[in-house]
Design a protein around this ligand. Structure first.
Ligand code: F6R
Length: 609
């Protein structure tokens, strides 16, 4: 997804901006660009299609100088990825440069109107209209022109703008696309993601929707679109830069898979009260009485986060006895859902910026539901707009394929379930049993991770397969979906997840010796049932990889590969069974020589609809 970095200070801006863009590479992008002010009449801009290294080459070949600049990584929405469509975009006279994340929905009307007024467009992007609108409105002061332009715009934006006609200044504005100001000593930054500026400062100001910031070497100011000043507090970022780096692993994804003993511990720390068998969740912002009154829940999310939501639904219905519906956020926002004041809408998002999830949360709120965010990125839009929340505390997830956020989401949902269930009819001893099983999970994940070489051997066997089937039942059906998603997104192998018993209703026709079938079959209440499904696959010549939790005579001679995991409670198995699936996908993709951390066509944070 697109990324923005801006700098105003006394240092050469270009290297700082390019270093900032490199920190944003993990977000996924297809082109990049940088614009600087050097005291001349025109903005100096360099752009390149492809990786940041290409931009560095362009800047090396034709250097840009100056201490004020903006830069961007683009993920195409309007117009193909090429140098021309890369940001920054200029006005007609190259005096204004704009970088933009988001989508200008009325851009074609605006573009037509601007062309009629004599403006010349050079790209196919929606963003370019902003540069021309600002040009139209410019009357000596850049922020006034930006505000005038934004009043005409429909859609979403996080923008940073500079101009040779009002130098030494960046104007930034936000509506629906994250943006923050970094406060340094005698220097200021603008960024769409804190990772871009963390090496320079930890002090940031998060902009909210409808706010405009003016940043110069003398300081910053924030106002609304009517130029009324807005007071903003400075937040301190506690994440370390080395948390954002690969830490010795070949890929971020692998590092993040191996971090899970620690990350789920972080999710539980200070929240799980083992002896009492309940969870203390400080950020729920809900009275005891309100909590008691909640009689139905909607869980909404996308992708991997939706899969964790399905597991949460099973836990909450089973133990808290509250009716739960888990919905794709993209579907929820466009139907007429039944929501009442006793509905709790749980919104799950790693990034906290997913456009569909945010829109679903706003829709639920609008209809009177109380909203609760399970979010990883602190200060993200969902985290700021929800009524209450539980941070996942999994640290930055850089690999595009979500791994550690998933396990932290399931842990957070288990904590939420305990909070609700213990206030209803779950006994302290049952709560304690679950809590005791939860504290063992980090060690159990570690045990599975130590078996990574076995999974790598299995990956070698199957790396050239073209299709995979993932089957699980009960709590492990969502894990089958997640395993299949992980494989397809990073290895580009077609994979499907099914409830195991559904296989006979269609997918069984696909089974032959070329179709590996992954069974998620820990020893739980549906284990015996799944053994029959394994037999059905064997009878048709299919090859099976079975994740199971103990020596089982019933499996003897039936399976091709076994991955053993430790035993836990039925509701907690997904936190363990997903680990071998993450590793299997990782090793298959790595063996296929693919770009594991930035798979094609994917972005880390999907901030467009
Ligand atoms: C898959 C993946 C995506 C995200 C989805 C939602 O590995 O990462 O499916 O889970 O785009 O993203 P968040 O959780 O940031 O809302």
């Amino acid at each position: 997804m697109c990324g923005i970095v801006g700098y105003v200070g006394s240092k050469a801006a270009a290297p700082l901006l390019i270093a900032g863009l490199k920190r944003l590479e993990y977000r996924g992008y297809d082109s990049a660009g940088v614009s600087l002010l050097n005291g001349g009449a025109q903005v100096q801009t360099r752009k390149a299609k492809g990786k940041i290294a290409m931009l560095e080459e362009a800047v090396g070949g034709s250097p840009v100088t100056g201490t004020t600049g903006i830069a961007h990584t683009r993920w195409a929405t309007h117009g193909p990825p090429n140098e021309c469509n890369a940001h920054p975009h200029h006005d007609c006279t190259d005096e204004i440069a704009v970088v933009h994340n988001g989508i200008i929905e009325n851009y074609s009307t605006l573009r037509k109107r601007l062309i009629e007024k004599g403006h010349t467009f050079r790209s196919e992007t929606d963003t370019e209209v902003l540069a021309h609108l600002i040009e139209e409105a410019f009357d000596g002061n850049l922020e006034d022109a930006v505000m005038d332009a934004l009043r005409l715009v429909e859609g979403t934006y996080g923008i940073a703008v500079l101009s040779t006609r009002d130098p030494g200044k960046i104007v930034a504005a936000r509506k629906g696309s994250p943006l923050l100001i970094g406060v340094g000593e005698g220097e200021y930054f603008v960024a769409s993601d804190v990772a871009a500026i963390l090496q320079y400062t930890r002090e940031v100001i998060y902009l909210d929707d409808g706010e405009v910031a003016v940043v110069t070497t003398d300081g910053y100011s924030v106002c609304d679109l009517k130029a009324r000043p807005v007071g903003k507090g400075i937040s301190r970022i506690e994440w370390d830069l080395d948390q954002i780096e690969k830490g010795g692993y070949d890929h971020f994804m692998l590092k993040e898979i191996f971090e899970q003993p620690q990350t789920i511990e972080n999710t539980m720390r200070g929240r799980l009260v083992v002896e009492e068998g309940y969870a203390k969740l400080g950020g729920l912002n809900i009275t005891r009485e309100e909590l008691q009154n909640i009689d139905n829940m909607i869980i909404t999310a996308c992708g991997t986060s939706w899969h964790s939501g399905l597991i949460g639904e099973l836990m909450i219905e089973e133990y808290a006895r509250i009716r739960v519906e888990t919905e794709y956020a993209s579907e929820f926002r466009y139907r007429n859902p039944i929501v009442d004041p006793n509905t709790l809408c749980v919104v799950i998002s790693q990034s906290g910026e997913t456009a569909d999830t945010l829109a679903a949360m706003r829709e639920a709120k609008e209809r009177g539901a109380r909203t609760l965010g399970l979010v990883n990125v602190v200060g993200s839009t969902i985290a700021r707009e929800d009524d209450g929340g539980v941070y996942l505390l999994a640290g930055p997830e850089i690999g595009v394929a979500s791994t550690k956020a998933f396990t932290s989401q399931v842990v957070a949902l288990a904590l939420l379930m305990l909070t609700f269930a213990r206030r209803r009819d779950m006994s302290a001893s049952r709560g304690r049993e679950i809590a005791q099983a939860m504290v063992k999970l980090p060690e159990q994940i570690q045990e599975i991770l130590e078996d990574a070489p076995t999974i790598e051997i299995i990956a070698e066997q199957f790396k050239d397969a073209t299709n995979f089937l993932y089957l699980g039942r009960g709590y492990n059906f969502p894990v089958a979906l997640e395993g299949a998603l992980k494989l397809k997104e990073i290895s580009y192998i077609h994979a499907e997840g099914y409830p195991a018993a559904e296989m006979k209703h269609g997918p069984i026709a696909l089974i032959d010796e070329n179709m590996p079938v992954v069974f998620i079959a820990p020893h739980d209440s549906v284990f015996e049932k799944i053994v029959s499904n394994i037999q059905e696959v064997k009878a048709r010549g299919g090859r099976s990889i079975v994740i199971t939790s103990r020596d089982e005579p019933a499996l003897e001679g039936l399976i091709d590969f076994e991955i053993r995991i430790p035993e836990t409670l039925e509701m907690l198995y997904p936190i363990l069974t997903v680990i071998p699936l993450q590793l299997l996908s990782y090793y298959i993709a790595a063996k296929r020589g693919l770009d594991v951390d930035q798979p094609r066509n994917l972005a880390k944070s999907v901030t467009v609809e």
